[in-house]
Design a binder for this molecule. Structure first.
Ligand SMILES: O=P(O)(O)OC[C@H]1O[C@H](OP(=O)(O)OP(=O)(O)O)[C@H](O)[C@@H]1O
Ligand SMILES: Nc1ncnc2[nH]cnc12
Length: 183
């Protein structure tokens, strides 16, 4: 499946060349986008963080990443921007008290949690993840951030699986992706 540049600019080819398609993983019918080859390449990893930083809205106070791959990109982006980082974790990993939301995935179901007190009411949060597929993870994360009275000022992804139309779950939000699968 070919990838097209959404906002990666001159580094689109470098980034996409390091993303591997794995058919039938983690279950039959899923074409898994493996980014491990991108992360291990210093130029590729830097290009991703630079491209994400390029699209950051002005009013970001905090970066939040969704477990697990959103931690890698979100934490690196937060450090690059000089902002704090908040992990939004799968169920049972954070000590209580937490806020929780259950959601559907392209493959299966999951629950995300946010540690109470880590995100203060009114702060501007940028949500970061590697892949936007159905949008279930991102919508759940946005719901958590808003449940504590904070603002989701943007959502930034490395790769958007266009055919799954995750953007429709994020209607009215500021969404950016570095690469997108050709429709
Ligand atoms: O748009 P969606 O349909 O919700 O899918 C996107 C999510 O799926 C993947 O995570 P996964 O839950 O597989 O967890 P992992 O990062 O721990 O592998 C990916 O990293 C996103 O978080
Ligand atoms: N096809 C896919 N590849 C990688 N991560 C995903 N998350 C949801 N769908 C995915």
């Amino acid at each position: 499946m070919s990838l097209v540049a959404a906002s990666a600019g001159p580094h689109a080819d470098l980034i996409s060349s390091h993303i591997r398609d794995v058919p039938d993983f983690p279950e039959p019918g899923i074409l898994f986008k493996d980014i491990t080859g991108l992360l291990v390449d210093p130029e590729g990893f830097r290009a991703v963080i630079d491209a994400l930083a390029h699209a950051v809205p002005a009013d970001v106070d905090l970066v939040a990443g969704m477990e697990a791959r959103g931690f890698i990109l979100g934490a690196a982006l937060a450090a690059h921007l000089g902002k704090g980082f908040v992990p939004i974790r799968k169920a049972g990993k954070l000590p209580p008290p937490t806020h929780a939301v259950t959601y559907d995935l392209e493959y299966g179901q999951a629950c995300l949690e946010l540690r109470e007190g880590t995100v203060r009411p009114g702060v501007g949060v940028l949500l970061v993840d590697d892949v936007l597929a159905t949008g279930g993870t991102a919508a759940a994360a946005a719901q958590l951030v808003e449940a504590v009275g904070a603002r989701v000022v943007g959502l930034a992804f490395l790769l958007e699986l266009t055919a799954l139309d995750g953007r429709s779950r994020l209607a009215g939000r500021e969404v950016s992706s570095i690469l997108a699968t050709a429709p």
